[in-house]
Design a protein around this ligand. Structure first.
Ligand code: C5P
Length: 224
């Protein structure tokens, strides 16, 4: 059994992928399964934390002993995360949040045009939740962790993203055939704002989850 090193702590984890509706039957989505976020939530609960899991479109049953908030869109995920982090010791943003959403939501199904043409979908930016919670820490010493899926120059892009987002830890994984999206396995490097870089070999998402908490625990603010 895990050491109860998150006892008395409240941690917030986001998981899954947001869906941005175009009309009542269509959305823009992504391939996130939510498995890594659920592994993080279960691991934190096993280590004694009170866990709030903000879940988007995973279809995974609620884990025992975890408070689950179900959301659909990036805007809803932001609301739920901002509410949950107000008293959180740590936040892990494992969800794949859509960077853009359709500028307008069509209340009726978008129809094919008689002239054979196709509609143009205009997109607008979604708020960057990770950057926002990193910049405006709800509590002093709150530990903020992000994820980044990259396809090339993984470390260089990861280091740049860690700085840009302003988080304490960034889990950088390479998107590949047998890992990351939908897979049971992952391989990553965890970059820390203090310069530490922790490689995590190819293995189950549960193992990466434990490594993330191992790196969060020593960075938590002291309790009185
Ligand atoms: O910029 P990119 O999408 O690669 O960053 C990924 C990280 O940022 C993840 O931790 C994700 O949860 C978070 N994110 C966010 N809000 C967005 C986009 C990404 O919090 N709009």
């Amino acid at each position: 059994t895990a050491a109860p090193d998150l006892t008395g702590r409240h941690v917030v984890v986001s998981a899954g992928g947001t869906r941005e509706p175009l009309d009542p039957v269509r959305y823009l989505g992504n391939r996130s399964s939510g498995k890594q976020g659920y592994a993080l939530a279960r691991a934190a609960a096993a280590r004694g934390a009170r866990v709030t899991l903000v879940e988007a479109n995973t279809g995974i049953p609620d884990p025992a002993g975890v408070d689950v908030v179900h959301v659909g869109t990036a805007v809803q995920l932001r609301e739920a995360v901002l509410k949950a982090v107000s008293d959180a010791d740590a936040v892990v943003m494992a969800a794949a949040v859509a960077d853009f959403r359709p500028a307008v939501y069509a209340t009726g199904k978008i129809k094919k045009k008689d002239d054979g043409g196709a509609p143009t979908v205009e997109l607008v930016r979604n708020p960057d939740i990770l950057a926002e919670i990193s910049a405006d820490r709800a509590l002093p010493g709150q530990v903020v962790v992000g994820f980044a899926a990259e396809t090339d120059d993984v470390l260089a892009h990861g280091r740049e993203k860690l700085r840009r987002k302003g988080c304490d830890l960034l889990v950088v994984n390479e998107v590949g055939e047998r890992k990351t999206f939908g897979s049971e396995e992952n391989e990553a490097v965890v970059l820390a704002s203090d310069g530490a870089e922790t490689p995590v070999p190819y293995g189950p998402k549960e193992a990466l989850a434990e490594t993330v908490w191992d790196l969060v625990v020593p960075r938590l603010r002291a309790t009185t």
